[in-house]
Design a binder for this molecule. Sequence first.
Ligand code: SF4
Length: 461
Amino acid sequence: MLGPLDMFAIGVGPSSSHTVGPMKAGLEFATYLVQTGKVSRVKHIHAHLYGSLALTGEGHGTFLAVLNGLAGQHPKTIDPDTIYSRVDEIKTNKAILLKDQYKVNFDYDKDLLIHKDQFLPEHANGMKFIAFDESGEVIAEEEYFSIGGGFILGKEQIQNREESEGISGDSPNVPFPFKTASELFKHCQDNNMTVAQVVLNNELVSKSREQVYAEALEIAEVMRYSVNRGIHNDGVLPGGLNVKRRAPQLYRKLIKDDLNLVSHQDRRLLAMTYAIAVNEENAAFSRVVTAPTNGSAGTIPGVLEYYRNFYLGVTDEKIVEFILTAGAIGNLYKYGASISAAEVGCQGEIGVACSMAAGALTAVLGGNTLQVEKASEIAMEHCLGMTCDPINGLVQIPCIERNGVAASKAIDIAKLSLLENEPGKVSLDEVIHTMMETGRDMSTRYKETALAGLAVNVVEC
Ligand code: SF4
């Protein structure tokens, strides 16, 4: 069974499915070669990218990610400043150091194979790594699929996807198993518990309370770190679109010496600015938390920073409650739909992030479970049909601004939900189901391929 903290992963930008997942896949293949002892026979390797990874991979940093992964880097621990230089070395030397140790031939221009017109049948984000020996014989060949949020599955695992993702079967070990919103909120009502208390009790089966708190607070700290870096880092984002970072200038215009002097209108604008700051950091390959993806990494930190700065009584306890509630809501989308833009468009990224943030803010502001559910539902209801159409395949336009808008929206929705105390006509489960169906019906061109929408209608200058 998924836990609430599984919806967050500390990594690097700009994309959980196109950067974090592929880096992990490259690392997994290299580790496999080492662990099986095959690495001593490997003379050179090929890396194949398919479907969405091929179509938007360059802008999303996929090419850099797989090579850094093969070289032994993990998204959580890599120094973001070394990402480009390591690939430059690979290009210059026409060789790669597998796991930073075993030198094998790799010609960037010939051995990184981009299949823009080919999708592997299992998933839109497919990769294949092949290792050859001296005589050109294949000694290892593995396929991986980046299924969103930084999660990867191998070929066998994706055949049993639900089981592999921990979203199938019963969960007899936890006191409050759930897969749907109605099951989750029934546990809350039956036991007079908040969403955070329910999922914390589930977590305590396998971890200590201290461990859960430490992990949640580390996630919150990295979120805060990315906000702080983003509001102080001026400049132009990489990728060739010449997008100027806006967060520092916006921040300077909005901030006052005393936060209490910031008007209520400007507080929401600051939340937007915090979210924009994180996604500018994300676009610059910096350290962020997938929440639940990298494209949507700014929404939850933007709302959390707003909560920290403009409400009294914000304790570690409340921050943990925020993270656990957001994570539990994210779990519902993993169980009932998807957080992969290649499957359901931007509904699965910004829509889910907005839903998680709205529910979490409602909870820490004292909302009851009915109000938390309603906030999460409203947030997704008004993201239904949201397409993914990043210009040049870069996680910049519309992505960065969209996080700001989602943060502001989540705050308004939380406040609206706190004013009402009766169920809406649409349940959270119904909107999750609708989101999945809408995603299935959406043309592939609007699902992380940069083949439609803004991606083709905006003239570059
Ligand atoms: S448009 Fe949305 S789903 Fe697509 S890359 Fe940007 S944030 Fe992600």
